[in-house]
Write a protein that binds this ligand. Structure first.
Ligand code: SAM
Length: 387
């Protein structure tokens, strides 16, 4: 059952007004695109995870569906299954406010040709097409069935950007060069193919995440021999890119080893200090798993765990003692938690700079240099190229 046009139009207008009033949305053209784009067409069904872990679907017959779809929040639209039967998110409709922030950060003009990596529902491709026209918008997703669904939803609205099923790591060379590339899935490293396909002076906007939660959105300008630019001031996270460039599957923390014990005054999760958790990646082996394990008497998990490709691991007690201190355990070749704590300390000594003060230079050899304030800053860290 399709909701009456008036009802969704009011909802879309209210969404745009809320984004405007909360200082997220500033561009009249983007506002008009939000108001004219029926998000419910792109999200005919979404899933919500209950505290038990079960996923529950909502669709147009579910009370409150339309209100949910026009709220400023992400909606999980496709689930997959791991080999152990666990269900995982495969695609979602991004929070509209985040999409707006990214579109505004692209600094589009009427002539911009844009490639989107991660079509998903097609909602963002619809916004871009309304802004630029179908001939200037290209969007790809690794999942062919998502591309088909997005194509037919867009066509229902008379929107016909170029859509393709392909691994976004390679970009879309057939239609290059682009003025902008925007990725709505996260990458461990920005592929140089994206730089190759961006015009000089053009922008690549991507969520750089060498490990889970470790990184954020960065807007990189194409210069002759590099991509270079700053992180956006507000942290954000997208689901990781799948396919050839995807992270390895979950590995087990080595349970047989007791590890070296210590204590920490930080939170149990490195992501509780996001900037240093990103910075320390330059000196860690590749992180392949983060999660929770064990069961405390009150039923909650007892340990937050992090595991690296080379067998290094750390665990931090979820519950602090009366003084706020938590037990830590570490094992393997690299003391992950010790390094993280040291980088937290260095970052605090610098005055806890936020994302907007950090920038990134990406070289054709795949190296990523993270700098504070200026590319020539003495505070630089190098993320080595991945294999
Ligand atoms: C957060 S969703 C994108 C949301 C989308 N822009 C929208 O407006 O609905 C991330 C998408 O990235 C896609 N993706 C994951 N790995 C990819 C890859 N290697 N190449 C292209 N797309 C990929 C997923 O299939 C998923 O649909």
């Amino acid at each position: 059952m399709t909701p009456p046009a008036l009802e969704w139009r009011q909802s879309a207008r209210r969404l745009a007004a809320r984004l405007w009033e909360s200082d997220v949305l500033h561009d009249d053209g983007v506002r008009a695109a939000i108001e004219a784009t029926p998000r419910h067409v792109f999200v005919p069904r979404f899933f919500v995870q209950e505290p038990t872990g079960a996923w529950v679907a909502s669709d147009q017959r579910t009370p409150g569906y339309l209100d949910e779809v026009y709220r400023d929040r992400p909606l999980v639209t496709t689930l997959g299954e791991l080999s152990d039967g666990q269900r995982v998110t495969v695609s979602s409709s991004t929070t509209p406010g985040l999409m707006v922030r990214m579109i505004e950060a692209l600094e589009l003009d009427d002539a911009s040709r844009v490639l989107e990596i991660g079509t998903g529902t097609g909602y963002n491709a619809a916004l871009l097409t309304r802004l630029l026209g179908a001939r200037q918008v290209f969007s790809l997703d690794v999942a062919a069935e998502l591309i088909e669904a997005a194509r037919s939803r867009l066509a229902r609205l008379g929107l016909t950007p170029t859509l393709l099923a392909a691994d976004g790591a390679a970009g879309l060379p057939d239609h290059a060069p682009y003025d902008r590339i925007i990725a709505t899935c996260s990458v461990r490293r920005v592929p140089w193919s994206w730089a190759d396909q961006t015009r000089p002076g053009g922008l690549v906007l991507a969520d750089l995440k060498p490990a889970l939660h470790a990184g954020s959105l960065v807007a990189l300008r194409r210069q002759e021999d590099r991509l270079e630019g700053r992180f956006l001031p507000r942290w954000a996270a997208f689901m990781a890119m799948r396919g050839a460039a995807a992270p390895a599957e979950i590995v087990e923390v080595r349970r047989g080893e007791e590890g070296a014990r210590g204590t920490t005054s930080l939170g149990s999760d490195p992501a509780s200090e996001l900037v240093p958790w990103f910075l320390v990646q330059a000196e860690l082996p590749r992180i392949v798993a983060t999660g929770l394990r064990g069961r405390a008497p009150d039923g909650r998990p007892s340990w937050a765990t992090v595991a690296a490709e080379d067998g290094s691991w750390c665990e931090v007690a979820m519950q602090a003692d009366g003084t706020g201190s938590r037990v830590t355990r570490q094992g393997g070749p690299v003391r992950i938690w010790d390094r993280f704590e040291r980088v937290v300390c260095e970052w605090e000594n610098l005055g806890r700079p936020g994302w907007g003060r950090f920038g990134l230079t990406v070289r054709p050899d795949g190296s990523h240099i993270v700098w504070l304030d200026e590319p020539a800053s003495p505070h630089r860290r190098v993320l080595p190229p991945t294999e």
